[in-house]
Structures are given as C-alpha cells and as structure tokens.
Design a protein around this ligand. Sequence first.
Ligand code: WT7
Length: 630
Amino acid sequence: MKRITSPSEYQQVYQESVQQPEKFWADVASDFVWRKKWDKVLEWDFHKPEVKWFIGGKMNITENCIDRHLPVRANQTALIWEPNDPQEEYRSITYQELYDQVCRVANMLKNHGVKKGDRVCIYMPMIPEVAFAMLGCARIGAVHSVVFAGFSSGSLVDRINDAGCKLVLTSDGSFRGDKKIDLKSIIDEALLKCPSVEKTIVYKRSGSSVKMKSGRDFWWHDEIKKATSTCEPEVMDSEDLLFILYTSGSTGKPKGMVHTCGGYMVYTSYTFQTAFQYQPGQIYWCTADVGWITGHSYILYGPLASGATSLMFEGIPSWPDMGRFWHVAEKHRVNIFYTAPTAIRSLEKAPLSFIHQYDLHTIKVLGTVGEPINEEAWHWYQEHIGRNQCPVIDTWWQTETGGFMISPIAHVTKLKPAYATLPLPGVQPAVMDENGKELTENGVEGRLTLKFPWPAMARTIYGDHQRFKDTYFSTFPGKYFTGDGCKRDEEGYYRITGRVDDIIIVSGHNMGTAEVESAIDEHSAVCESAVVGYPHDIKGQGIYAYVICYDKPHEEDKLRSEIRDLVSKIIGPIAKPDKIQFVSGLPKTRSGKIMRRILRKVAEGETSNLGDTSTLLDPAIVDEIKSGAL
Ligand code: WT7
C-alpha cells in the first residue's frame, strides 16, 4: 500500500483517486489475497440505488485478516485483551492462535448446521471470543449481526427477527465496572419471541447461574472441544453479505445496514493504515465496543487485515478509577489511541493526577469519533494525553459508510481543532444548500452529501431497499445524503456541525446545536452541554440548553448570564440560549449518544409522554431533568 507522506503527496493521490477512481481502488485492492481477481472494479447508480465493487472477485476476509499473515506474523500478537478487572490476567492472542480459534468457532458453527448465508446473532461481552465469533462466521460465509450487549431484550427481539437469525452466540454474563449483567437471561426473555432461532451457544464468562434449555442451548466450552482447528475459508463473492449491523433511524425501527465482503475489506484496511499511519509492530487501541461499527471496522477487520496488533478492552474508563484508560495505555505501551469525545469530556472532569501517574510517552497518535468534538475537549486531549506531540485524528464517518470518510492523515495533514479536515482519497463530498444546489465554492455551509461511491458503503437496508433509497438517496437525487450538516472553510477544510435534524431555526437563522454547545463548553465552569430547540412565540424556535458543570453552581443566574455573553461573543447574539437548565447528567444511550428526543420534549413542556427510555445508560436522569424544567 502506497503511503502518503506529505501534504503535496496527499493532493496528488487525492486528485488521482478522483480522476481515476477505478484505477486507484484496483491498485489498493491488489495488495489483498483474491481467490479470483475481479472482472470489473465498479458498477453504480445512485438513482436505483445500486453499488457493486470488485465484481466477480472471489475472496474471504478471514483469509486476508489471518492466513496471509501467518508466514511472517504467526507469533506476532494479533489481539491483546485487557479485562474489566485489572487484577485479572490479560490475554495476548497471536495470529497463529487467532487462526486456530477462528477455525474452531467456524467448525463449531458448521457442526450446528450453520451454512453460508445464514444469519447468526452475536450478543457477547468484549472478550476475545466475540472476535473469534465474528471471524468464525465470516470464515464460513455466515452473516453476523452483532447486537451491543447493553441492549435490552426488546431491542434484541427486533433485531433477531428482522434478520431472521438461526443461531445466537452469547455468554452467561458480562462485567462492566463493578456491575455484572446477566446476558443469558436477557437472551432467554428475547427468544420467547424469536421463532427463527434454533440454537444458542453460551460462553462462560461471569459465572452467573443460567438456565440451559435442553436441545436449544449448548455450552461453548463443550462444543468447541468437538471442533477441529483447521477450516478452509468459504470462497465468497466480493458482493456477498459479510454482516448486518443495526443503527437507529429517525423512525423507531432500527435499520439493518448491510455490508459486503470485498469492498469493506479493502476500504477498512486502507483507511486504517492511511489515517493513523499505522506502522508494523505498533500497538493500536480503539476503546469502542465491537457492537458498534467502530468496533467492527477499527478493532477487528481494518487492523487485522493490516496485520496490526489491536487491543480490546472489556471495562469502562471510570473503574476502578478515572485513570483506567491511562493505566491500560501504559501497561500495554499503546502507540495509537482512538476514543470518543464523550469519553474525553468525562475524563476531563477528573483531576490531572489520574493522568500524571502514568507514563504515556508511547502514544504517538490520538483519534476521536462519534460526534463533533468541541474545541476545548480537542485541546485538552492534545495537551494532556498527547503531551502536545500527537496529532488528533478526528475521523468523520458513519455506520453506513463502513469506514473513515473525512479525516486528517496523521503527521501529514495540518490540523485544525474541531475540524475533521479533508476527505480521504476516493471520497468525494459535496455540500448542498436547502434547495438541492451544490455549493462548489469554499467558505460555505450546508448539508453534507457524497457524490461518488466508495468501496465500504452499505449496499442496502436488510429487507427494505426502498427505505434505503428513501433515507439516503431521495433528498438529493443522485447523491448519498449523510444527514449531517457541515462547513467547508476557505481552505477546503470540513467541520461537521451535527445532524441536520438537530438544526434549530432561530428567527430565520440556521443554528447547529453542536455549534452552540461547543461555545457553551468554552466556559471554564462547564463540563458538557446539550442544546435543543423549543417553540418560541417570536423567534419561531428558541434555544434551550442543558448544562453540566464541574461543580454545582452557587449563583445560577450569574453563571447563566456569563454563558449567554460567551455564546454571544463566540457565535453572535442570535445564538444566545433563551433557557439554561443546570443538570447533573444527560440522557445518553450506552454508546454515548445524547437522546435529544427526550431533551426536546422536556424543553417543549412535555413531561408525560417521553417514549422509550429503556436503552438509556441512566434512566433516572430523566426524572431529574423533568423536575428542573424551566
Ligand atoms: C454519525 C454517525 C462512525 C462511528 C461511530 C458513530 C456523527 C461521527 C463524527 C465526527 C462529527 C461525527 C455524525 C454521523 N459523527 N463521527 N468525527 N465528527 N460527527 O456511528 O452511530 O453511525 O453515527 O455520528 O453525525 O452522521 P453512527
């Protein structure tokens, strides 16, 4: 894979990738093992929509993630696993061991009747076995659907039924900080409503007592013993399904995003190596859960397809104390650290001594993903974790895009705080105004679309191609609509301003909630904020801000006027919040996303009908917010 080593080289490679995309991607793809080379690189039509990459190519992603590394890396660590409890032994899994384990799981699945194309639900904690499970499915061409182990049984039912899963891989329970969660009993409850599931295989992790239903439930430890450690990879078509991963939509029903084998492999590996400038031998740590796309693409497939050493962490950043991330980074001499702004902001609250007691000098590159990162958090991250020596790689992408789209290239791209910066090679963004006109100049603001396909893009929504078309290809015909707003500055740098469904129109002015939040967060007393619109007699919409402070404010009104003045200073008087409610927390999903739906309802004065709050990390926070509503 050709490395990009300077801004001018980036410009050159980028131009080539746009002028001759098929040649560009064919060159990248030729680094991988194909059982049969593709006949044609790309066929596409965003009106249908239809996208196919490496047509006619035959391959298996696990052969590329594992087998092909064995001649040189059999004894290199593929995965490092750090347990929830720091007292427990960590595990290192070499590429050879990964091969054996993945083949065993593949054979175990075969022994239980799983065939190419069958859907397998994976509902497991962050343990190496979840990686073996995903790769084991891919080895035999079964389609995995990982459901984040923080989801409740209702969410499981929807996802299992939508995909028609035949088998579930799970565990007795999981650990999260000082809590133990009984996963098997959640599965038991779900399976009462999932007729397609014939069997479950249960890995023993927590030691919780479980009920095993005879004929349906099997212990992993028994079944894996019956499976041998070699399994020929199923030869897959480039466009065969690799996995389904559910993401929330604007309606209640989750969307099963479908990713296929060839393009996804090429793209996740290329973007991993390019954005982070991964060097062989480096230890890379992404703190995401494998239940999200970040875990799929950048704990597992991208790094392994690149022969990297990837660390997976079972625990949480705040247990046993707020220094856990830094402890793990020191312990495993982590070189590349990739996390989410929400984690950064929560760790910012802790005394610096939690960082200073650890030696973080091995860290060379920092990454962030998941939401716009405010400037203050960006600077804090770079100064305190990066010691002002590491680039902050703000990667903008989505479950639907499969991999990084707009992101700096480490040590190459000139950084700009809170900017995702420039499109990676092969990525062609277009900024649109509300009337569907492309804004071709720099120094513009609008809706972010993509006008050319990239290899890892989702191909459809499982079982609902019409919804795929309606959601992503209808707003701006001929373009993929991301749902995000963005700015492109005079230098062509992109700043993602947040979902356009979070845009507030105040007195006819568009206001990105993320923009207002970022301004509020600049106040030294403020830790985090969330802004929503609410109906306002004169302005159309007013701005309602929920604000978390480091310490409970003594003089609330004084602080309110300081925040208003600050926002006025940073964005303009039009952006001044009309209402500021101080709260101790925000309603967040387990992936760290703020549930704005709830905040909007409370801001609108609605307190009874708040919809489903069961997927919140801390449902109790809703009561506090309701009772303090202004
Ligand atoms: C949405 C996608 C991509 C993996 C995790 C989230 C927001 C994501 C950034 C970023 C600003 C970001 C966007 C996007 N987002 N990364 N670096 N800067 N916003 O995946 O759950 O599919 O969410 O997350 O709004 O559309 P997801």
